[in-house]
Design a protein around this ligand. Structure first.
Ligand SMILES: Nc1ncnc2c1ncn2[C@@H]1O[C@H](COP(=O)(O)OP(=O)(O)OP(=O)(O)O)[C@@H](O)[C@H]1O
Length: 256
């Protein structure tokens, strides 16, 4: 039985003036696969993310979600198609509470006419109750319920990272893109993150595309890994093959 890849990236190229930040990158992400992109600083990993998530319009190349092109879509439109992401630097509404962050994240899920809010109709109240229940569910999954009414900006850093993931997951995505999710986490939080990523894939059938420098996490959680160097793909394979790949070892030793 052949499965259609969830995401297909073909010959993706992104130029900034004379700089080719991404140069002919191709890969697929399968349904429910955990796929990592690694490589030295400046290799072009975040630029690949920005192209897929609609923050950049690729110079050339194809990006398809379930066989339908999303290349050049706005970030908003890409998110509406079920592709959501986190950022290297946590981006939350820091002055809002944890709960409010999860309520605003659901604004596009269910459209009730604007006047139903003004009139406080039963439909509006039902929709609000559903959003609160969803938010509570995700606070439980992330172990954040006790912080529901705390300002997001006052949460510990590791908790802010989990809230950011919750904000993505509450939209019911097909593809969750995590940009260096382990950065700034302590060893226990990294272990918890690995379990969480695996749990999200198993229980919510999401595929995960991951950029990460922490090799313990990458090797522990990913099914396949793409290695980039100077914008180019230099290897794709399972963790064991990547660990022993000559070019990969050279790219990393060369960085030291
Ligand atoms: N908007 C932009 N304008 C100009 N150059 C850019 C832009 N975004 C990225 N670049 C350049 O593209 C190259 C790749 O950067 P990118 O951030 O994608 O690398 P990265 O692999 O994610 O690095 P890191 O691991 O340090 O986050 C770098 O040389 C960077 O300076």
């Amino acid at each position: 039985m052949s499965t259609t890849p969830l995401l297909q990236v073909r010959d993706l190229t992104m130029r900034f003036g004379g700089l080719v930040a991404v140069d002919g990158v191709s890969f697929d992400v399968q349904p429910q696969e955990i796929f990592a992109i690694i490589g030295p600083n400046g290799a072009g990993k975040t630029t690949v993310f920005n192209c897929i998530s609609g923050f950049y319009k690729p110079s050339t190349g194809q990006i398809a979600l379930q066989n339908r092109s999303i290349a050049g879509y706005s970030s908003h439109r890409v998110a509406n198609h079920g592709v959501v992401r986190t950022f290297q630097n946590v981006r939350l509404f820091k002055a809002m509470t944890v709960l409010e962050n999860l309520l605003v994240a659901q604004h596009h899920i269910e459209h009730v006419p604007f006047w139903s809010g003004l009139l406080n109709t039963p439909g509006y109240r039902r929709s609000e109750r559903k959003k609160i229940a969803n938010a509570m569910h995700w606070l439980d999954v992330m172990g954040l319920r006790e912080f529901a009414n705390r300002e997001a900006g006052n949460l510990a850093y590791g908790h802010q990272r989990r809230l950011e993931i919750a904000r993505c997951m509450i939209t019911g995505p097909k593809l969750l893109m995590l940009d260096e999710p382990a950065a700034g986490l302590n060893p226990q939080e990294k272990k918890d993150l690995q379990l969480l990523i695996d749990q999200l894939r198993r229980e919510y059938q999401v595929s995960v595309l991951l950029i990460e420098h922490d090799m313990g996490l990458v090797m522990g959680v990913s099914e396949r890994i793409l290695v980039m160097e100077y914008g180019k793909p230099i290897a794709t394979g399972v963790p064991e093959a990547i660990r022993n790949d000559e070019r990969v070892i050279k790219a990393y030793l060369g960085e030291a």
